[in-house]
Structures are given as C-alpha cells and as structure tokens.
Design a protein around this ligand. Structure first.
Ligand code: ADP
Ligand code: MG
Length: 312
C-alpha cells in the first residue's frame, strides 16, 4: 500500500454548468485514477461555489413564480449540490476505472461538517451567495428573513453568510470504513453541509465551510499521509502576478506563516489553501500537503512539481 491521499478539487475541475461539468469530470477523473492505478488510496473532496450558487438562485427565483415552489434553505441547497456533483464525478471515475480494468468502486457520501455555534465567523458573515438585490429589496430581506446583506462592488446588494471552521465530520466512521475497505469516497463536498450539534440533533446552518479547510479536517481524521489541493496553478508564488514573482517548491510552516504575514496569498483564493495545508502538515509529523494543478497531480506526488508544505 502506498499513500493515503485526500485530494481537494477546485473550481476548474468541475466548471459552471451541467454540460460543462459532465465534460470536465471526465478529464478530472484521469489524474485521479492515475493515482489509484499507482496504488494510492484516494479520498476526494471538492468545491461547490458555482453549483450551490446556481441551485440557490434557481430555488429563489422559482419560489417567486405564480406556481411557487417552496423556499429552499441554504443547507439544503448545499446537500443538493453534493448529490449533483457527486453523481457526475462518481460516474466519471467509475468509467475511467472500468476503462483501465481496475476493480474498484466509488460513491459519494452526503457529508455534514460540524461547526461551533460560537465560532466568531457567525458574528462576521463574509461569503456572498445568491442573487443581487436593490436597496429596497435588501431592506425587506433584512427585516423579514434576518439576512445579512452587503453592497457588492456597485452591482447591488447580496446576502452574505458566515464561513466557520470545520470541527468534525458527522459521517466520519462511514467514510473511514469505506476507505479502509479500499473503496473510493467523495466526501465533504463544498466543504460539507455545515451543522451545529444540539442534543441528538444536527441542525443545518446557512454558512459556507471553506472546502480547503474541510479537506484538511477529513485528511486529519482519516490519518492520511497527504493532502493534495488541486487548483488552477501548478505552484504557489510569492509576489504573485508581479515582476518579481517567485514560484515555490517547498514551504516550511514558519516560512508559510511569514509569507502570510507579508500578504503574499489572496484571502479568497490562495490563503485558505496555504492555511489548510499548514493545518494538516502541522497536525502530525510526517504529514505532507501539496498544492498543485489537476494535470500535475501525479508529477506532484512524485516530487517533480507543485508546492510542498512540510512540518520541519
Ligand atoms: P479553487 O477553485 O481551486 O479553490 P481559487 O481561485 O479559489 O481556486 O484559488 C486559486 C487561485 O489563487 C489561483 O488560480 C491564482 O489565481 C490565485 N492566487 C492568489 N494568490 C496566489 C499566489 N500567491 N500563488 C499562486 N496563486 C495565487
Ligand atoms: Mg477557492
């Protein structure tokens, strides 16, 4: 047995429409199945920004039509997105496995991720979701639904939801069992459905857990060797996009912290990846995190490219 790897897929692995997604997942499946073919145990996580946005918006619009459908709460939209993405992704992987005569099975687990109801993120919602509204409409939503609304770069008003940190994964024992039995699991899609614990109940909350953090959490829980965050860039850079841009091969936790303090990583994109990589690599000696592009996953795991974040 080689490494146990949690792979976090970014937006570029899935696209934005059903047609695009169906096509892209076929390409996505190839580097994933390469890893499986080389003996690695692979667990998949993925983002859901455009997909949950689409579902949420569609549900919102449909609830305003004459033959209105019921209003759909945000956690339910997240659950729908996990099913929709998982359905395409698991079939693409299944097909790729069959085409290589690899006798393995793949399934998606609808996954809830537990957050702390006292997480300070709940006091400071930051993630914009859904449609744009006028000022009047926005005031009505604040009064009627207690939404937090912000003006979004001159384009109108938008609902914002908190982005709390993941604490635990509700279905972890199921995921563990499947992984231990050599099945391929798609889990914590879109960062997981955020829930808080109340007695015996798990209660969905309107929030978005960063998929990079949720992937680091499930990697920790599964005692993975590697967390691989696959995105649109082959490596992490300092002075990104500037003349003195420098692509990094390896980052220690101290170096990563220093570069964060110096503001090298964009808050909505690269920063959560570097932070998630640090969380995982820092959680136990020997754990490694790699940030690279989808196409370079295999090269990355063999040490030929990507940015490796290590605990040394
Ligand atoms: P994903 O959908 O995979 O989460 P994001 O767009 O959220 O992708 O984050 C990846 C993007 O972060 C890259 O495509 C790149 O444009 C951007 N980025 C910001 N800062 C950096 C940096 N310092 N080094 C590399 N990429 C960076
Ligand atoms: Mg992202």
């Amino acid at each position: 047995m080689k490494d146990k790897i949690v792979v976090a897929l970014g937006g570029n692995a899935l696209g934005k429409t059903p047609e695009e997604q169906l096509k892209l997942v076929k390409d996505t499946a190839k580097p994933i199945v390469d890893l499986i073919q080389h003996g690695h145990q692979v667990v998949l996580a993925h983002g859901n920004g455009p997909q949950v946005g689409m579902i949420n918006l569609a549900m919102d619009l449909a609830s305003k039509t004459p033959d209105a459908t019921p209003e759909m709460p945000f956690p339910e939209c997240g659950a729908m997105s996990q099913g929709y993405i998982g359905y395409h992704l698991q079939n693409a992987i299944r097909e790729e496995l069959l085409s290589r005569s690899i006798d393995k099975h793949v399934a998606t687990v609808v996954t809830q991720v537990i957050v702390d109801k006292d997480d300070s993120a709940f006091q400071n919602p930051t993630k914009p979701i859904g449609a744009f509204y006028t000022e009047e409409e926005s005031k009505k939503l604040i009064a009627e639904k207690k939404y937090v609304m912000v003006e979004d770069a001159g384009r109108g008003y938008r609902r914002v939801v908190p982005s709390p940190l993941p604490i635990d994964v509700a279905e972890k024992e199921i995921v563990k069992t499947l992984v231990d039995n050599d099945h391929i699991v798609i889990t914590v899609g879109g960062g997981g459905i955020p829930v808080v614990v109340e007695g015996n109940q798990l209660i969905g909350v309107p929030a978005v857990i960063d998929k990079d953090f949720a992937s680091a959490k499930i990697a920790e829980i599964l005692d993975a060797d590697y967390l691989i965050i696959l995105t649109a860039v082959e490596k992490v850079a300092i002075n990104f996009g500037k003349e003195n841009e420098k692509w990094l091969e390896k980052l220690t936790l101290d170096e990563a912290e220093q570069y964060i303090q110096e503001g090298h990583f964009a808050p909505g994109s690269m920063l959560p990846k570097v932070r998630a990589a640090m969380m995982f690599a820092g959680s136990k000696k020997g754990r490694k995190a790699l940030i690279t592009s989808l196409e370079k996953a295999e090269d990355g795991i063999e040490g030929r490219t990507g940015t490796l974040i290590v605990n040394e």
